[in-house]
Write a new protein. Structure first.
Length: 317
């Protein structure tokens, strides 16, 4: 998301809550000292109503707060566990009055077992070289992103992004963020061709995939988008991190159904995180396949978890 986008969202806001945590109570004989968190309770805001990018005819609102200061990392970790997503220096989640369709989902990395088709994708792309890079935008990444958007989402919300907007999306972060690059091996031993990339955050309990893109018409590498997710699941397990956060799953939005293919999947509900049962998830996968889901791309840049391209929503006065 661009700075101008973040600024606009921040203008379309109303404060929700702003309260400091209680100060330490004075000690007295025979009493126990109250221990409080070292940071103030963050201020939260709610955006103005806007058309829902997932479900036609619906209106969305989001609650958000800024990630800044020395405790931004801890705040992002805590908010990530209750369904917030990061966009630059903002953490947000849907807060719609009459709809709860957006459901946070995560994959259990320790228990993940690839399906037969996922095993084929892993084998097909096993020669790719993945490198975890600092969050610095490059011209090569931006060129790949443009190709991805032109092929998959012409006229979408990110179509007008320029190199500065892309740099804002990648580099404006207050947490542990990385760009994972996927390159083909070079026949000369040099740096190979970039075919996929993913902006991700490393949180205390897992990896959060913020935005991924890839060469959509590579004739020898079908399933690149799926491969990037599979690689992050392996990466989390190797790093002893239990989860990979995939953002929001919206039942009824065809373009979001690809997320149900990764098992076991956990969903966030009113009672906390819940693992989908085998039969429950199998039914969702069967429906996804019957509906032609394999042919439906992930959402365009303007609606892919409301991340890049919509930063204008989060503007504070």
């Amino acid at each position: 998301m661009s700075d101008s986008a973040v600024q606009q969202m921040r203008q379309r806001q109303s404060p929700v809550r702003s309260a400091p945590l209680a100060q330490d109570a004075p000690e007295s004989k025979g009493s126990t000292k109250t221990v409080t968190a070292p940071v103030r309770f963050p201020r939260f805001f709610v955006t103005s109503p806007a058309p829902c990018p997932y479900l036609e005819g619906k209106t969305e609102r989001k609650v958000f707060t800024e990630l800044k200061g020395p405790h931004a990392e801890q705040l992002n970790d805590a908010l990530g566990r209750i369904g917030f997503r990061r966009s630059q220096t903002v953490a947000y989640r849907p807060s719609c009055a009459d709809c709860r369709a957006c459901v946070s989902v995560r994959v259990s990395a320790f228990d993940f077992r690839p399906s037969a088709s996922q095993k084929r994708i892993l084998k097909r792309n096993s020669d790719l070289i993945a490198t975890e890079c600092k969050p610095w935008a490059t011209a090569e990444q931006f060129e790949l992103l443009q190709h991805y958007l032109e092929y998959r989402h012409p006229g979408g919300g990110m179509a007008a992004m320029d190199e500065v907007d892309y740099a804002d999306m990648v580099e404006h972060t207050a947490v542990s963020s990385f760009v994972v690059e996927y390159r083909e091996p070079s026949p000369t031993g040099g740096v190979g061709r970039l075919v996929a990339a993913c902006l991700m955050d490393r949180q205390a309990d897992g990896l959060s995939m913020i935005y991924s893109f890839f060469d959509p018409d590579h004739k020898d590498r079908s399933g690149l988008g799926t491969y990037v997710i599979l690689d992050h699941i392996r990466r989390a397990a190797r790093g002893k991190l239990p989860f990979v956060y995939l953002g929001y799953w919206v039942e009824g939005s065809a373009r979001m159904q690809y997320k149900v293919r990764f098992r076991p999947l956990e969903v966030l509900g009113p009672q906390g995180w819940r693992r989908l049962g085998d039969d429950e998830q199998r039914a969702l996968i069967d429906k996804f396949t019957r509906d032609g889901g394999e042919r439906i791309p992930a959402p365009d840049g303007g609606s892919k978890d409301n991340t890049p391209g919509l930063q204008a929503e989060y503007k504070l006065a």
